[in-house]
Design a protein around this ligand. Structure first.
Ligand code: CA2
Length: 167
């Protein structure tokens, strides 16, 4: 389990207590292998490089990220379940293979009352048929799929736009 926080921010997006808004980024199983194998499908960018890009974008947008990667379904469920009490304003998740299998992650997102964006590096609808079904998408604000690393950046931008809306 890896947790990282971004310190770079300005004061554009604050919650009611005047604190800078936080977004939880979750990377699912095997995404720690990015850049090392299957480069034809997922590209050569490593997870550390994606995280650096996301932190830079977050800093420019005035939000703070906590970034988490896990190969374990229960750890991901726990992180989602704590997101509200830990005062995250949005979740950005690439559930990886759990996209297609995990009722537990779907139920956690449905229960947490924190807007959640699903992202995928590859276009899951242009791949094997078993990847065409996302159990996660119906409980998310939206899904971005097929833009490589840019899927994450677009997803983060969408999350910031949701946060910006007055509640
Ligand atoms: O396209 C995506 O982002 C996926 O979520 C990636 C998952 C896949 O199961 C989904 O269908 C689509 C796979 C992540 C594992 O990534 C690897 C990277 C390098 C080597 C092996 C796996």
């Amino acid at each position: 389990m890896r947790l990282r926080g971004s310190l770079a921010h300005d004061s554009k997006h604050e919650n009611k207590a005047g604190k800078v808004k936080k977004i939880l980024v979750i990377h699912g199983p095997n995404l720690n292998l990015l850049g090392q194998r299957e480069a034809d499908i997922y590209g050569r960018t490593t997870l550390d490089e994606i995280n650096a890009l996301l932190k830079k974008t977050a800093g420019e947008q005035g939000v703070v990220l906590t970034i988490f990667q896990s190969n374990h379904e229960g750890e991901i469920v726990d992180a989602i379940g704590k997101a509200k009490e830990e005062k995250f304003s949005a979740i950005l998740i690439n559930p990886a293979a759990y996209t297609h299998t995990s009722v537990a992650i779907r139920d956690a997102i449905a229960a947490v009352d924190v807007p959640t964006l699903e992202v995928h590096l590859s276009n899951i609808y242009a791949r094997e048929e078993f990847r065409h079904t996302s159990l996660i998408a119906p409980v998310c604000h939206g899904q971005i799929s097929g833009f490589g690393v840019n899927s994450y950046v677009l997803g983060l931008q969408a999350a910031v736009n949701i946060i910006k809306k007055p509640s």
